[in-house]
Design a protein around this ligand. Structure first.
Ligand SMILES: [Zn+2]
Length: 363
């Protein structure tokens, strides 16, 4: 029986850390290739330049908006031309995934700098590739996690509150998916069984959300960074990041993937759909009502969806829901990490029952 836990080489989080980026990364190399969006450059370009001063060799490269094979090739060529020896991705998920992929192909160290906290992807050894049109292409499984993840909590707390809340939705799944995956003895994204350490981080992630979620949301709505915000950023990024990758996935993310066939849900963030997936998973497990109510209370408190209507689905089409249910049960999906057999009929029933529980809940 083999257990594995994987994590970034170093995780740094704090207020104003972007001002100290040079100190944090200079041991990795001497020339830095910084992938950033136009708006990201406007917000953070000067801070990064000031930190490096004139002595260091830094190259800003504008990201074209999609993490596709074409974009990764283009960035790889630019990287070679500049002759840089460290890749840094500053921004959101697609920039991180591109930076990880570019560094992997060039065999160079990579630093991830999240400026939002909307998913648990920054710490992982995974890039999600899309086609040029923005449709899912494939997962690129990387041999190692980022060398450094550097989070400036001031930057994150100035981003829209909805993004932080979506990150809480993604993090909400971590404990429940790890629990199911451990019960069934499934292998995690790290390639073997979960360590107790990863499971403990997944549990701490959930406890942190319940304790700090509302406080953090209200603070960020007012563009301030408090201790609660710091705790939620850590839960969304580090605890959920290691928790999902090394603790195991279950039905919640598979249901998220299924829901993507329903067009009305396309305006929602990943974590918002995952939160509803958690409720569906709890129904599949026939979890105690106290546990379901705890999750419903949390979702209502911070503003995560608990009904199909909240997901944007105004008219419930039996056919569409069944299509989503089938997609969440295709071969290789993580619904099969549940400790019992799950059929599309089970998921269909659980989606409608979760919707009913959401509607019935008196917040
Ligand atoms: Zn996720």
């Amino acid at each position: 029986m083999t257990k594995i836990i994987i994590s970034p080489g170093k995780y740094i989080q704090g207020s104003g850390e972007l001002k100290r980026i040079k100190e944090h990364v200079e041991h990795l190399g001497s020339s830095f290739f910084i992938i950033i969006s136009k708006s990201g450059y406007k917000r953070f370009g000067d801070t990064i330049k000031e930190s490096f001063g004139t002595s260091e060799n830094i190259h800003f490269i504008e990201f074209n908006g999609e993490c596709s094979k074409g974009e990764i090739d283009r960035l790889g060529k630019e990287l070679k031309e500049k002759g840089a020896d460290v890749v840094i991705g500053v921004g959101g998920g697609k920039i991180h995934d591109s930076a990880k992929a570019v560094a992997y192909y060039a065999k160079l160290p990579v630093v991830i700098v999240p400026t939002i906290s909307s998913t648990d992807a920054p710490c992982s050894a995974l890039s999600v590739l899309y086609t040029e049109d923005g449709e899912f292409d494939e997962y690129l499984l990387l041999p190692k996690n980022p060398d450094i993840v550097l989070v400036d909590s001031d930057a994150v707390s100035k981003a829209p509150a909805r993004l932080l809340v979506a990150g809480m939705g993604d993090a909400l799944a971590t404990k429940f998916e790890a629990r199911a995956s451990v019960r069934s003895g499934s292998k995690t994204m790290a390639g073997e069984l979960a360590t107790n350490a990863a499971v403990a981080l997944a549990d701490l992630c959930y406890e942190t959300l319940l304790r700090e979620g509302l406080k953090a949301k209200l603070a960020v709505e007012n563009k301030v960074c408090t201790k609660a915000v710091e705790n939620i950023i850590e839960a969304n990024t580090l605890l959920s990041g290691i928790g999902f990758e090394s603790g195991g996935l279950g039905a919640a993310h598979a249901i998220h993937n299924g829901l993507t066939v329903i067009e009305e849900t396309h305006n929602l963030y990943h974590g918002e759909k995952v939160a509803f997936g958690v409720l569906v998973q709890l129904v599949l497990e026939n979890a105690p009502i106290e546990e379901i109510e705890e999750v419903l209370y949390f979702c209502n408190e911070v503003g995560l969806p608990t009904t199909l209507e909240d997901l944007g689905i105004k008219e419930i089409s039996e056919e569409k829901i069944m299509e989503a249910a089938k997609l969440s049960c295709v071969e290789g999906e993580t619904t099969h990490n549940m400790p019992f057999e799950v059929t599309p009929q089970d998921v269909y029933a659980a989606i409608l029952a979760a919707d009913a529980l959401g509607k019935n809940f008196d917040f």
